[in-house]
Ligand binder design. Structure first.
Ligand code: FES
Length: 203
């Protein structure tokens, strides 16, 4: 092959290689761009995960608890009996944060019952120590807690105890009361979790 022919072949190869590199580069740029574009758009799943959820409390009997999922967390609604509500004022000296000053709740729930309506307690069911799910133990003297137990929530992994307003007892690992989420009553039978009521609003 002459020197001239050889140069033509090399030139053709270079064109092919340049074209191929261009395609790969463009394709690579497309792949790189996609994750950034998608990260700017919240997915439908993410939107749904942050949306308020409604709990139907029409069949909830006094003393019973139901669970709904909000933002991937369990949220409990407990229908307290008059006895349960009455106990909430008699145990304050045993509690770490009886006034809920160091704990998380909407302003309209910073009271003894930590609720808009004392009969219904709405709370995130996650221990403030290491994030386990406490057990609902409403009965006095529940055998897996203690003889003098007055009812509340018990986290068995490290023994944290909370009263029936989710207020933590002294001398246990959990540092603060259980978290109360924002919520409001849409009617007498529907509680909407994840949406605030008017400050100081009533059911
Ligand atoms: S997570 Fe509740 S006591 Fe450890």
């Amino acid at each position: 092959m002459s020197l001239e022919n050889n140069n033509e072949v090399n030139l053709s190869r270079r064109k092919v290689l340049t074209a191929a590199t261009g395609v790969v580069g463009a394709t690579g740029a497309t792949f790189l761009a996609v994750p950034f574009v998608s990260s700017w758009q919240p997915s439908e799943k993410a939107k749904a995960a942050g949306a308020p959820v409604d709990a139907d409390i029409s069949h909830l009997q006094p003393g019973q608890m139901l669970t709904v999922s909000w933002r991937g967390k369990p949220v409990w609604v407990v229908r307290r009996t008059p006895d349960m509500v009455q106990k909430l004022t008699g145990n304050v000296t045993e509690l770490r944060d009886p006034g809920s000053e160091q704990s998380i709740q909407p302003n309209y729930c910073q009271n003894d019952s930590r609720a808009i309506n004392a009969e219904f307690f709405v709370v995130v069911g996650i221990c403030t120590h290491l994030g386990c799910a406490p057990l609902y133990r409403p009965a006095i003297g529940s055998p897996d807690v203690s003889e003098d137990w007055q009812g509340g929530f018990f986290c068995p992994c490290h023994g944290s105890k909370f009263d029936l307003a989710g207020r933590v007892y002294q001398g246990v690992p959990a540092p603060t009361n259980l978290e109360v989420p924002p919520y409001r009553f849409l009617s007498e039978s529907i509680v909407r979790v994840g949406e605030d009521t008017v400050e100081g609003g009533k059911a």
